[in-house]
Design a protein around this ligand. Structure first.
Ligand SMILES: C[S@@+](CC[C@H](N)C(=O)[O-])C[C@H]1O[C@@H](n2cnc3c(N)ncnc32)[C@H](O)[C@@H]1O
Length: 249
């Protein structure tokens, strides 16, 4: 990330009982002004350089980026593959934290997608040159076509989706559609709340659901981990799941 000195401080609101999607914090600028922001209002968070990293990575100790990168690396190594042969589409990419982690681990990450223009703008501002293409996925057929074109152009063979699946985030049907565009043998790595994975009936059922009408994607790795701290205290548990689409024939 391109770093500049931050001229603001952040104070988390430690409101008892506040759920993951209700959490807020106050940003105090050097000139004395302040604003309260809801963490899930990502457009406002991404607009301030370094804010997402300060709140989510530093203060809330988010482990999803390191975990998804490590587990994808483990899965491809077990297949005798090298990170440099893996070309990733990162969906719900935000401002590029996951993409940067993948790149630093030797993966190629030519394409990202996210619903928010602010996410793309922040990635280009803070991590210029990280992606060759950043598609704004507003859920339309046109955006789906752009993702399909990018997958073909860059011969992508892996899809990552960190902390971006489920209620209030990417609908399962959208992930099913995008995963359906990926070629046979592609890798899928995602992190999602353990409660959601349990609702789906476990990791293999989750990948069966993501596979839609295609042959089921096989689970290679499935592990629980502490995704991040909650502002009110305690933490939220996620599962990391890595799978591989069957080879044809
Ligand atoms: C918790 S952030 C995670 C960002 C990134 N994956 C990371 O781990 O740093 C969730 C991201 O999902 C994106 N998102 C939410 N709903 C979406 C949708 N329907 N389609 C695409 N992206 C979406 C948000 O804009 C946000 O950038």
């Amino acid at each position: 990330m391109t770093t500049t000195a931050r001229d603001y401080t952040v104070e988390l609101d430690r409101i008892p009982g506040a759920g993951q999607d209700e959490e807020t914090f106050v940003v105090r600028q050097a000139d004395g002004s302040d604003e309260r922001i809801r963490l899930h209002d990502y457009d406002r968070v991404y607009a301030i350089p370094g804010l997402y990293e300060e709140v989510v990575q530093q203060q809330l100790e988010c482990a999803s980026p390191a975990t998804i990168v490590a587990k994808l690396a483990e899965a491809i190594a077990a297949d005798g593959r090298h990170a440099g042969d893996i070309r990733v589409l990162d969906v719900g990419a935000g401002n590029g934290v996951i993409g940067e982690g993948l790149r630093d681990a030797g993966f190629r990450v030519p394409v990202a997608s996210d619903a928010l223009v602010e996410a793309r703008d922040a990635a280009e501002r803070d991590r210029p040159g990280l992606y060759a293409e950043y598609v704004i996925d507003d859920g339309t057929v046109e955006a789906f076509g752009k993702i399909a074109g990018a997958i073909r152009r860059h011969e992508l063979n892996a899809l990552t989706c960190a902390a971006a699946l489920g209620p209030g985030h990417i609908p399962l049907e959208r992930l099913v559609g995008i995963w359906g565009l990926m070629p046979a043998g592609s890798y899928l790595a995602l992190t999602a709340s353990s409660a959601l994975v349990a609702e789906w009936g476990g990791a293999q059922n989750a990948l069966n659901a993501v596979s839609g009408d295609d042959a089921p994607t096989e689970v290679l790795v499935a592990e629980p981990f502490r995704h991040r701290l909650l502002m009110r205290g305690g933490s939220v548990d996620y599962d990391v799941i890595v799978g591989r689409k069957p080879l044809e024939g």
